[in-house]
Design a protein around this ligand. Structure first.
Ligand code: PLP
Length: 395
């Protein structure tokens, strides 16, 4: 495990190994490991550079058929999906999330009566399913469309084995959050393919965006194993980035919060498309679940997990916990080499749509890494470090 100059590094995201790329060079499509699961085998799937681009194009097409398209969305969101909906011209109304980061179908129904939305925008947070059957039933009854935002829920499913994203009319997946890819998202049209979307011509992102992110993925992986070498490589990478900047090469970022109309037509890069065919998805799921369970066992029980259990079928993206002071805890954990994520600090606009639970989550949820690249020793380090800080929520 990475441990140089007294430091250990636990990266936020999975890295890319030379083995991934070797496999790419050596293998044929038919040699991919295991079977390719949903959404990669969905008949009507379209790829994009980022999920927000897919959301923009889908909702743009829906607004074209109904200019007053009204969407009921949760009041706890990343911001990227809301900005994409707004840019596409959709009207947004909000429904508060409950204390377990879940929608209460009866509250959703009440707000459907108030706002008469055309479409329900469901977000499955960090792999945990929303009560999707009740929400789908509500949509059928009220003749509403159903969209599943699975940006954070790739490879996750219901306890009875249905993949998240396969139940709504459409779903979107952000691939680079779960897989070591420089970019990539999928839009799945489950039962009402819109033809204009299939005809859309996307353009390639500049090679600096792809090469820069590939370099970061390699460096992340090395840093997670040998901190000193990785830190040195990070410096090299930074100077490469600076060189690209000096040449005025435009870079389209991934993993940020924002929306740029100039970048909505970017395509997923060919290297992402080829890597996708070669991952061992069953192994990725298994490792994420095992890491989550190990952390749940080893964390001081006084640390509050956001979700009390890991239900069957869930492929966790992170281990979300509640902490009294998010910014302070995040700084302290980063100082100790754990690259945590502050789960959605800011609303879009003035935040007047937020109910008390969304406000609480923005103030208190921190995500601990549990991705497939982390070993049992990384997870023990995270458990020990988090448990050693006083992160108990007030009773
Ligand atoms: C719930 C949700 N939807 C959509 C997106 C947009 O994903 P992308 O970064 O691929 O545009 C994100 C990413 O932050 C997200 O968290």
């Amino acid at each position: 495990m990475a441990s140089v100059a007294g430091g250990t590094f636990v990266p936020t995201y999975q890295g890319l190994s030379p083995a991934h790329v070797m496999r790419l060079a050596l293998s044929k499509r038919s040699e991919s490991k295991g079977t390719t699961p949903y959404p990669f085998n969905a008949p009507h799937r379209l790829s994009y550079y980022r999920a927000r681009n897919a959301i923009y194009h889908l909702f743009g097409a829906l607004v074209e058929t109904k200019p007053s398209l009204t969407v009921l969305a949760p009041d706890y969101y990343s911001g990227n999906e809301i900005m994409a909906l707004q840019a596409a011209g959709a009207r947004i109304r909000y429904c508060p999330v409950g204390p377990g980061m879940q929608w209460d179908p009866s509250e959703v129904e009440r707000l459907c009566r108030t706002h008469a939305p055309d479409l329900l925008y469901v977000i499955h947070y960090a792999g945990w399913p929303q009560p999707i059957d009740a929400l789908a039933e509500l949509c059928r009854r009220r003749e509403m469309l159903l969209f599943e935002d699975c940006a954070l829920s790739l490879l996750s499913g219901t306890p009875d084995g249905r993949p998240l994203g396969s139940i709504g009319n459409w779903s979107v997946f952000c691939l680079y959050k779960t897989l070591p890819l420089p970019n990539g998202a999928l839009l799945v049209q489950n039962d009402r393919p819109i033809e204009s979307l299939e005809r859309l011509r996307l353009r390639q992102a500049g090679s600096a965006s792809v090469a820069g992110r590939m370099a970061e993925l390699f460096v992340q992986r090395i840093r997670g194993r040998v901190n000193g070498v990785g830190a040195a490589l990070q410096a090299v990478k930074r100077s490469l980035g600076a060189a690209a900047g000096a040449l005025d090469v435009q870079r389209a970022n991934v993993g940020d919060i924002g929306f740029n109309l100039d970048e909505v037509d970017l395509a997923m890069s060919p290297i992402s498309a080829r890597l996708i065919e070669r991952f061992d998805y069953e192994d990725i799921r298994r490792r994420r679940i095992a890491n989550y369970q190990q952390l749940a066992r080893e964390l001081d029980p006084a640390v509050a997990a956001t979700f009390p259990v890991l239900p069957d079928g869930v492929c966790p993206l992170f281990f979300p916990i509640l902490v009294p002071n998010k910014a302070e805890a995040a700084d302290e954990l980063r100082r100790r080499g754990i690259d945590v994520i502050e789960f959605w600090n800011d609303p879009v606009g003035d935040g007047s749509e937020m109910g008390p639970n969304a406000r609480f989550f923005r103030a208190h949820v921190l995500e601990l890494p549990i991705h497939q690249d982390l070993s049992a020793r990384h997870i023990s380090y995270v458990a020990r470090t988090v448990s050693s800080l006083d992160l108990r929520m007030a009773a």
